[in-house]
Design a protein around this ligand. Sequence first.
Ligand code: SAH
Length: 364
Amino acid sequence: MTLLTKRLISQVEKSGALSIAEYMTICLLDPKHGYYTRQQPFGSSGDFVTAPEVSQMFGELLGLALAQSWLDQGAPAPFILAELGPGRGTLMSDVLRATKSVSGFQEAADIWLVEASPALQDTQRAHLAEHHPNLHWADSLDAVPDGPLFLIANEFFDCMPIRQYRRTELGWQEQMITAKDGALGFMLGRPLPDQAVPDRARKLAPGSMIETSAASAAVAEDIARRIGRSAGAAIIVDYGDWDSSSDTLQAVKAHKKVGALDHPGRSDLTAHVSFSELANAALPFAAVSELTDQASLLAALGIVHRAQALAVEMDQSQEEKHVAAFQRLTDADQMGQLFKAISIFPQHGMPPPGFTHDTRDPDL
Ligand code: SAH
């Protein structure tokens, strides 16, 4: 049993059951034992592989989409180029390489990397220092100064803490984590009044589960307020859907799914992103694009041309890997459809390339 498991059990015995959100926050970001604070989870030797780690094309195309949006908005200077949850810094380094040729873009950029893990901040520093003189780190978006904001977030919102509510015969009950016979286990809390769950949950049948992430909504609102006040655009890519009504909490260790309570602090813990929750939080302050999927977005941004251009210089074995990476990013049964993307941009403005303006009411 890990030290963190022991600590969680004694905490529950002393202070009562934990919400899933409290459990996720401790497991992912505890200063000593948290998953992101104590290890490097990325890559084939780690626990999971993200799109920027699959191919440089992902960051290049998203970076150019942001730079085009900056040009479309009159090239505001100075501006903030931010990334949420930059992992090893690979995405930002691809963005910086690809946008070098966009005149004035990098000179006007103050780059902010929002990263809660001090260990990963160090990794990002080592990776990015050579690319740009003007790099800053913050452990939350609150600490980033105001101003025109061009922001990118890949697989950030999936690690934001969620709460889960299940509809039972008794009404809505929150899924909690408790300790029994020296082990962590799930339990349902007391029945709650209907107002405790979001409106979108009301029509769901018994047995359904709804997940909410107040932390995700707060970040989406902050992004939209900044973009609404100044200028900017955000591109958010993650796995999930417009809405979900099932249990999507998942733990991954060494590329395999494991039980969410089995390896606290030693497995990645995520949930599918409910994009309607982000859109609802953003819409009072900015416009939101239609939800698209990773394959459609990358196709619209010209991934086929970019892949062909890169292949010209490759030998056969490099080309085989390159084709496999292309397929991994875009095939429907790999990342192409599971991963979705949305953009936040100024009201009455134009979305970044690859996105279309959503004029629907998100509650319909
Ligand atoms: N975007 C990267 C890494 C994704 S993993 C990629 O695509 O490869 C999630 C990242 O978010 C990690 O860097 C993790 O440390 C960071 N993170 C998780 N929770 C966070 C929080 N609450 N605030 C800031 N960063 C967080």
